[in-house]
Write a protein that binds this ligand. Structure first.
Ligand code: GDP
Ligand code: IMO
Ligand code: MG
Length: 431
């Protein structure tokens, strides 16, 4: 039995959707364990069709896989229905999707507060996706949240929405100068939406625990990335959940001892969307070059992604906080045609060389990259399927990243397609 956690090693958008899809054919279960529709996971099928998934696990595109939205996820019911119908219109079988009764709901007031509070932060804004993620998790922790199971009991639902709105409406009207929201309207709307998915509501931690006991393969698909983790990321410029591997256990109900592999998805360079520090960010033509060549435009918000060279300090940090057993290095093809490829091997923090993540926010803000230059390659590598077929300089680049990142690289992406992958080790079988 393999329970594999798949996580983003950087600031998200590393190619988790493609990686999940690649392993989808060999697992019985794919589970989302945190985040919500702030995620945008692109999957390109062998026939060239491209799908952008936000809330639904990427395993939905693989026939036979049962997909689970775990208890750690926050669900916008309207988005769920729209995403489901969009998939169905394109001929995707969505019958195998279960939703945890304990997952929290993103309500209209969460979305309203997310947007208006960002506006009030002005220059200090986080640059959220505006999907209500932070406010929904705030309510969960404040014990004011509305859960999927509340949809099964209209009177409890009404009480919970009323309790939440008591405070939210004060906030919206008195602080943010917005209109108050109507309880009955919200309750009626979500109850109507629930009709579209109530048959999918399940005790998913029981279902998954039983599957693990039967020895089935389970893939726990993270969204966002290590440095967007509310505990381990570049706080406060983070999301409001735990994308790191520990969150997979909490957000699915599978105990930590059942996890047998942690696959870190690592881009061959670095990108970030939204505000916050980013030591290797390029503000020159090279940043533009990576953005153009790598197609670095947000899947969820359409924002241009900030781009920079590979940062080994971050990769080492991701290896440590996630207990990464293997890396999937994506987008190596984007680096073809460069004379030299810089790698950030350490930081200079106020004149001192630092090999690991600085302890404080100030230290990270002051970090400037210490680069090592690797010779580049000019060949188109998108057709390579074995490591040996890669140009010698591309192989040397991969080996150097592996050495610096402290975990083995088991797969390499050379294009967006499922088959555009070089497999070095079989992560699922551990060989
Ligand atoms: P996710 O959020 O981690 O799933 O990543 P996104 O889907 O937001 O962004 C990754 C983008 O890179 C998508 O457009 C993928 O199709 C694409 N992609 C993934 N792996 C590769 C690769 O190895 N090479 C290239 N050129 N594109 C890739
Ligand atoms: P995937 O799963 C990249 C970023 C936002 C913002 C911060 C907080 O596609 O990798 P939030 O709306 O979560 O409160 O925003 O996190 N962010 C992402 N960046 N990829 C994502 O998801 C992201 N999800 C959130 O841009 O900086
Ligand atoms: Mg994405």
């Amino acid at each position: 039995m393999t329970v594999m956690v798949l996580i983003g090693a950087q600031w998200g958008d590393e190619g988790k959707g493609k990686a999940t899809d690649l392993y989808g054919g060999r697992v019985q279960w794919v589970v989302r364990y945190q985040g919500g529709n702030n995620a945008g996971h692109t999957v390109v099928l062998p026939d060239g069709q491209s799908f952008a998934l936000h809330l639904i696990p990427s395993g939905i595109l693989t026939p036979g896989v049962t997909n689970v939205i775990g208890n750690g996820v926050v669900i916008d019911p309207g988005v769920l229905l729209t995403e489901l119908s969009g998939l169905e219109e394109r001929g995707v079988d969505t019958s195998r999707l279960l939703i945890s009764a304990d997952a929290h709901l993103i309500m209209p007031y969460h979305v309203a507060i997310d947007r208006v509070s960002e506006r009030y932060l002005g220059k200090a804004k986080i640059g959220t996706t505006g999907r209500g993620i932070g406010p929904a998790y705030q309510d969960k922790v404040a014990r004011l949240g509305v859960r999927v199971q509340d949809l099964l009991d209209p009177s409890i639902l009404a009480q919970k929405v009323e309790a939440a709105l008591d405070v939210k409406n004060q906030l919206l009207v008195k602080i943010y100068n917005r209109r108050a929201l109507d309880r009955a309207r919200i309750v009626d709307e979500v109850l109507a939406q629930a009709e579209g998915f109530r048959h999918r509501i399940a005790d998913t931690r029981l279902v998954l625990g039983e599957a693990a006991r039967r020895g089935e393969h389970i893939l726990l698909e993270g969204s966002q990335g290590t440095l967007l983790d509310v505990d381990h990321g570049t706080y406060p410029y983070v999301t409001s959940s735990n994308p790191t591997a520990g969150g997979a256990s909490v957000g699915s109900g599978l105990g930590p001892t059942s996890i047998t592999a942690v696959l870190g998805i690592l881009k061959a360079y670095t990108t970030r969307v939204g505000s916050g520090p980013f030591p290797t960010e390029l503000h020159d033509e090279w940043g533009e070059y990576l953005r153009k060549t790598g197609g670095e435009i947000g899947v969820t918000t359409g924002r241009l992604r900030r781009c920079g060279w590979f940062d080994a300090v971050i990769a080492r940090y991701a290896s440590r906080v996630n207990g990464i057993t293997d890396y999937f290095l994506t987008k190596l093809d984007v680096l073809s045609s460069l004379e030299t490829v810089p790698i950030c091997v350490a930081y200079d923090v106020d004149g001192e060389r630092v090999e690991d993540m600085p302890m404080t926010q100030t230290g990270f803000h002051h970090a400037t990259p210490v680069y090592e230059q690797m010779p580049g390659w000019f060949e188109d590598i998108s057709g390579c399927r074995t490591f040996e077929e890669l140009p010698a300089n591309a192989r040397a680049y991969v080996r150097r990243l592996e050495e610096l990142s402290l975990s083995r690289i088991s797969a390499i992406g050379v294009g967006p397609g499922r088959d555009q992958t070089i497999v070095l080790h079989d992560v699922l079988s551990g060989s």
